[in-house]
Design a protein around this ligand. Structure first.
Ligand SMILES: [Ca+2]
Length: 442
């Protein structure tokens, strides 16, 4: 009996050891083997197997649960990141809209204040369907705030002078009569407007005040300083006459009241408002010529984007500042093909009247040899081989000149031989006075 009891106790002891071993093995493996050692009976083996199966199932469930939890966490994390991205994009859009609104409100150069009244379009342009179409375009295409646009255009006014100019501009152009020849004295009169001692003195002062900006522009764009000064002098007398009309008034009048060229001026108004927004200017403040030309160099607004430069590096192009106007004129010439060191124009000597049968003007183009056959010779060798024949009504009769490539480039600023000649002669007068005795060295 005692031996029997002892034997049973031994068996139980061995069975519990087997279970312990099984648990240990199961913990190490996801597919535990059923132990056979030390299990003597079928009953014992079944107990061990059941325990192993239970353990294995529990482990598999736990692994599956952990896996699902991991997938869920990953998905949540991904969704969170997506939402954060959407939020960031929306915030950037809001910030951009706010910036634009603030800029239109005029953070610099005055405030565009709410009148406290309705933001409906009022004023003299409000009954014009072109104004409404224009506002719709500014809102839909460029993201302008409708209320701000209504406010700006409600404030636009056309003066009697602007109305007169818009009417004149709307008339059909008279075809040019090429056979009329040169009008006696017309150049002398034109020249007299610009080549005055007052303008030259102002030009010299402007040169001294902006020496560094001019030098940098010449180095960067290859355009001599005196020609940059020639343009700014002819355009605005070095900032003295940048126009007396509000730009908005000028461009709205020329745009909405001009059947012939309204589309052109409306598109300039569009460019102007975009430019003002970009530069943080109150669009109701800046002045312009009656045609909407702005700044010291009188760029049309569409040219500000194309050719305007931030020459003083303050972050925006402002053509009412000397440095930016200087850089922009030089860049304009460079973009229109200015040849550094190239000649501009020379006087021609004539020994007959035969040249009068030739087409003339800045668009004409002849070889020097061809002109020689018509009795025209350059007074200096410093000229291109291909030239234009320029005829001007001087104070002492007709003057004949030969325009080089750079002369043509000047006419890209204003399509007129007289204009280009005035710029050239003002440039030469300034150069002579500025460099004085050193002129020969240049
Ligand atoms: Ca600037």
């Amino acid at each position: 009996m005692k031996d029997q009891l002892k034997n049973r106790c031994g068996k139980l002891k061995r069975a519990s050891s087997a279970i312990l071993i099984l648990v240990a093995l199961s913990a190490c493996s996801s597919n535990p083997a059923v132990p056979s050692a030390d299990v003597d009976t079928v009953e014992d083996r079944a107990v061990a197997q059941a325990a192993a199966v239970q353990q294995s199932t529990q482990l598999t469930l736990e692994a599956r649960k952990a896996q699902l939890e991991e997938i869920k966490a990953r998905k949540l994390e991904q969704r969170k990141r997506e939402l954060e991205k959407i939020k960031a994009v929306r915030q950037a859009q809001f910030a951009q809209q706010n910036r634009q609104r603030n800029q239109m409100s005029g953070s610099r150069g005055g405030q565009l204040r709410n009148t406290g009244k309705s933001h409906q379009l009022t004023g003299e342009f409000s009954r014009n369907p072109k104004t409404h179409a224009f506002i719709n375009k500014m809102v839909s295409r460029h993201g302008f705030d409708r209320k701000t646009m209504n406010y700006v255009l409600s404030k636009a006014k056309s003066t009697a002078f602007l109305k007169r100019m818009a009417y004149k501009d709307s008339l059909p152009r008279k075809p040019k009569n090429k056979s009329t020849g040169v009008r006696a004295g017309s150049w002398a009169k034109y020249r007299g407007n610009f080549l005055t001692s007052r303008t030259i003195n102002k030009g010299l002062q402007f040169w001294n005040a902006n020496r560094s900006a001019l030098q940098r522009a010449e180095q960067r764009y290859g355009v001599p300083q005196e020609y940059i000064l020639g343009i700014i002098g002819v355009e605005t007398r070095y900032g003295e006459n940048v126009g007396t009309n509000r730009t908005v008034d000028a461009l709205a009048t020329m745009g909405f009241n001009n059947a012939r060229r309204g589309a052109y001026f409306t598109s300039e108004l569009e460019s102007y408002l975009i430019m003002a927004r970009r530069a943080g200017l109150d669009p109701l403040k800046p002045k312009a010529s009656y045609a909407g030309a702005i700044g010291l160099c009188q760029f049309m607004p569409s040219n500000v984007k194309k050719y305007g430069v931030d020459h003083d590096g303050n972050g925006s192009c402002n053509l009412w500042t000397a440095a930016d106007a200087i850089g922009s004129v030089a860049n304009y010439f460079k973009k229109h093909g200015w040849r550094t060191g190239g000649p501009v124009v020379v006087k021609a000597l004539t020994n007959s009247q035969r040249y009068k049968s030739l087409k003339w003007g800045f668009k004409s183009k002849y070889s020097l040899n061809h002109l020689k056959n018509y009795g025209v010779l350059p007074a200096s060798r410093n000229i291109d081989r291909q030239v234009s024949l320029i005829r001007l009504g001087g104070a002492r009769g007709e003057e004949v000149w030969l325009g080089g490539h750079n002369f043509y480039v000047i006419t890209r600023y204003n399509h007129s031989s007289k204009y280009a000649m005035a710029v050239h002669q003002l440039a030469q007068a300034l150069k002579q006075r500025h460099y004085g005795g050193r002129i020969a060295a240049r």
